[in-house]
Design a protein. Sequence first.
Length: 367
Amino acid sequence: MGGLLLAVAALELGLRFALPEYRFTDKNSERYWLLRLEEKAAEGNAMERGGMRYDAVLGWRPLAGLARSDYSTNSRGLRGKAEHSYRRASERRRLLFVGDSFTFGYGVLDGEVFGEVFARGHPQVEVINLSANGYGNDQQMLYYREEGARYQADVVVLVSFIPDFHRNVLSVRDFPKPRLRVEGGSLRGGGEPVASVADTLESWRANHGPGLRVWELIEAARKKWLPVPEEITSGERATLVQAILEAWHRDVLRGGGRPVLVLVPHMLGRAWPGHGKMEACYERAAASLGIPCLNLTAEFHPETAGKGDEPTYDLQNYHWTARGHEVAAEKIAAFLAAEGLLGPTGGQGASLEQGLQQVIEAEGGGD
């Protein structure tokens, strides 16, 4: 027994010197992101270096007026140089994309983002990109509520990376974030300001000691080789997806818009643990609310995602290449056209009335 303990102790010391702790921690856990946050904070100005600023409601949002070599943001922090007034200045149909780094266009140039590709092919549509790297569905919903609703879009497309499913139960991801909960059948939270990076790390250090990396290694191996438990579809994550989509759906209808959900697969597709179950959870939620849903999983097959002359995924950053964005734009455009959502707007009066009626019906009112 003594020899075993010595061997474990030696392995633990070796792991501590050789590799950072987060490498042995579940990437969907709060601990993983706290460890990463601690590492980023040690380098200083973590948010600004990442092109972000603190936001009391959202946790973080893109800096405005960026003009970097690889991307830019406008005066309100939206991706690209184009400015969009809150007040509609033309009769062009207005389409708003809400999402995370796939929608923002992580790793590609401004003109290569699928929203820009879509806009070039549909000059009758004004396309607005409301997104931020690292956002979960909770932040996407709140970002639309805080900023997106002001644009009075005819169509609002929530573009959800399927593993966003896990982000909704975290209070820290890239940086501290809001933590919503379902209590008594209602979505709660988001009323208190999100904690700063410094306060979050101070609280964590005071209440949590370092974990054993040997145990983290064993746990990582277990999760790699054993099936994903059923609770991911029946627990809090699934409940939150349903509640967040319901809240976003109501907000869009109140503004006179038409909500659409687009699901973006992980690069490994259904080979990624729990992917199929997460897809089904989103699709069920959309169906229950009558939201048109486009699942792009079949369009980005893992066998060809990073291969060939025109791969759709960048194997270095796990995001779409310029070609991947072209494919996404093409499929989204075809889906919206099939749903009759790319026609002339004719103003928002009729759609607002219809939207309000749908809200009343969804909340059990009316005759």
